[in-house]
Design a protein around this ligand. Structure first.
Ligand code: NCD
Ligand code: ZN
Length: 343
């Protein structure tokens, strides 16, 4: 069995920087036409100038036989100016501004402490059509980790969407029924990305036979009912939901540690995984729109014209890969996958 798709795009991706780019960029470039590249480097990408310099470093790591394009983002801070937003929009190369609540995830310390500091920036983004990309979790230590997304919707997203009714918002890597319901209740300017892991697993995967650091990402996996709600949202074919892997590479020793980093590295098997998920849900007819149309349409970019072809054929995911001077363990390391890209 074969399936041909318009070349997909990844609307949420971490590539890191420096030596790591040699080992992260090629996996994504092989599968995807474009990717929204997250700005949570250390230090973060807060200006257009930094984003364009980062883009050049990524371009230098793209294999010659692909036409992959990185779509850059800015990291929103309490101090992001309206001029910076306008400058970013004018560059034509920055496609979103990312809100990390300070302390919510990897390299988020420079993030936003209270959204009220960003009202002028958001107003300008609304005006010039610059999407706000949201890591939707509260950081309040008194809130249960598994409820962080739900509280963020109530405390921040609903008021923000109300105050800026035309602001384009991508609720990134949604993990709960509440998030899917929120997106559905909003207008066409609000959409969401969904990762393979949140469609495949519930939180039991974190504890299967012992603690499983390679299943740990943020927002963390949730209960089965939430996974089912995400699957239903995606398989409905609704254009508000699109592919975003959140592939987030961390060296093996940083994951397998007394205080392991959050992030799942899925780039080497991303489109294969999504294909299997749609097949398992008898929805292969909805796959291409999710992987290749909805995101481009939301961002106002042309759909890709190239195609990729997958064949149903078993292969074994490698046990690890190089990452700069370190090693990295991909999702499903050493396990069989059922779909393979052939061209
Ligand atoms: C991401 C990372 O490592 O940069 N980690 C993750 O668990 N998803 C950051 C993020 O998207 O939250
Ligand atoms: Zn991410």
């Amino acid at each position: 069995m074969q399936i041909t798709l318009t070349r997909p795009d990844d609307w949420h991706l971490h590539l890191r920087d420096g030596l790591a780019l040699q080992h992260t960029v090629p996996f994504t470039a092989k599968q995807f036409g474009r990717a929204i590249v997250m700005p949570n480097l250390a230090p973060p990408v807060t200006t257009t100038e930094q984003a364009l310099a980062y883009r050049q470093r990524i371009m230098a790591a793209i294999p010659a036989d692909t036409a992959f394009q990185p779509l850059m983002t800015l990291y929103l801070t309490n101090n992001t100016t309206t001029d910076e937003i306008r400058h970013a929009r004018k560059s034509g190369l920055v496609h979103g501004v990312k809100l990390y609540p300070a302390g919510a995830t990897t390299n988020s310390d420079a993030g936003v402490t209270d959204i009220c500091h960003c009202h002028a920036a958001l107003e300008t983004m609304q005006e010039c059509g610059m999407p706000l990309l949201v890591h939707g979790e509260v950081v309040d230590a008194g809130i249960d980790v598994f409820d962080r997304e739900k509280y963020f919707i109530e405390r921040t997203l609903i008021p923000t969407a109300h105050k800026f009714p035309d602001l384009k918002i991508v609720f990134e890597h949604i993990t709960t029924k509440e998030a899917a319901d929120f997106v559905l209740a909003c207008g066409e300017n609000v959409a969401a990305t969904i990762t393979p892991q949140h469609l495949l697993y519930n939180r039991n995967a974190l504890f299967k036979g012992g603690i499983r650091p390679h299943y740990y990402c943020l927002p963390v996996l949730k209960r089965e009912g939430h996974r089912k709600a995400l699957v239903a949202a995606v398989m409905s074919g609704n254009k508000k939901f699109f592919l975003g892997t959140d592939s987030a590479p961390h060296a093996q020793h940083k994951k397998e540690s007394a205080c392991g980093c959050a992030g799942i590295f899925s780039a080497p098997l991303a489109i294969e995984l999504y294909t299997r998920i749609f097949e398992e849900n008898n929805a292969l007819d909805k796959l291409e729109a999710f992987t290749s149309f909805h995101g481009a349409d939301f961002y106002g970019l042309p759909r890709n014209s190239e195609k990729i072809t997958l064949v149903k054929k078993s292969w074994t995911v490698p046990k690890d890969f190089p990452l700069g001077d370190d090693r990295i363990i991909p999702l499903h390391a050493g396990e069989e996958e059922s779909w393979m890209i052939i061209k």
